[in-house]
Design a protein around this ligand. Structure first.
Ligand SMILES: [Zn+2]
Length: 254
């Protein structure tokens, strides 16, 4: 049976580690030391590395791990990351190592232009595109691209577990509460996340079903979300993309 473990790294990153048999596959190793430490503690061999996008807190530990364990690195075709052995694009299917599931690659531009996600039935590694109750900042792409990327995630089966790369849940839910102060599900999710973080435990993974409920960035067609975004900007927002653009702008200033 395969398990997925968060390896906390840097300030608030999680390096997600899949484990099957005596082998492990890690996603976005921003630093090497916590990964080597975990592998040693668990008595595991690293089998492959998956990369979602080019930011340093996602690739910083990759060269050292690759050299030390001599493992293949899978990453986005649309980027210039050094050390990628297998470049993948939208619709490609990869099995990171024997005994691990087959993942489908989604190109999900917005946060960066090279951003990809890895999906296998039941699990989604979404990097910095989707967070619990939030989404990544628009560093390179535009709101239209991000809207399309998030819509792709929202259409996945509800039971799909969602593994974002940062622990931003509490801050995101505080923002969501200010967008929708009357929303009981957001209020409840915030109380729950605060309790989990008091014990310094991860609030992740989330699920697609949960995100459809508590993530305002996935609810851009919801009249209540639209009304809140319109009230903030003082003009009519006719499309989901326009609502998303306003929400992202609002969150950047929150
Ligand atoms: Zn990033």
């Amino acid at each position: 049976m395969m398990t997925v473990t968060p390896i906390p790294a840097l300030r608030d990153n999680y390096i997600w580690a899949m484990q099957a048999g005596g082998q492990a596959v890690v996603v976005d190793p921003g630093v090497a030391a916590p990964v080597t430490g975990w592998l040693q503690d668990e008595g595991l061999q690293l089998a492959a590395i998956l990369i979602t996008h080019h930011h340093g807190d996602h690739i910083g530990g990759m060269p050292e791990l690759k050299q030390r364990y001599q493992v293949p690195v899978v990453g986005p075709a649309g980027s210039h990351i050094r050390g990628i052995d297998r470049s993948v694009a939208d619709g490609d299917r990869i099995v990171p190592a024997p005994g691990f599931p087959e993942f489908e690659v989604f190109e999900v531009p917005g946060h960066t232009l090279d951003h990809i996600a890895y999906y296998a039935p039941g699990l989604l590694f979404c990097g910095d595109t989707l967070f619990s109750a939030g989404c990544g900042r628009l560093f390179e792409g535009d709101a239209g691209q991000l809207h399309q990327s998030l819509s792709k995630f929202a259409a996945l089966p509800g039971e799909t577990r969602v593994y974002p790369a940062h622990e931003y849940t509490v801050a995101n839910l505080k923002f969501a509460r200010s967008v929708l102060p009357q929303d009981e599900k957001i209020e409840k999710a915030l109380a729950n996340a605060l309790k989990i973080r008091e014990n310094v435990k991860p609030t992740l993974p989330s699920s697609v079903a949960k995100e459809r409920e508590i993530n305002v960035f996935l609810r851009t067609e919801d009249p209540a979300v639209r009304a809140a975004a319109e009230a903030r900007t003082g003009r009519e927002l006719k499309t989901g993309v326009a609502v998303l653009a306003e929400l992202r702008h609002w969150k950047d200033e929150f």
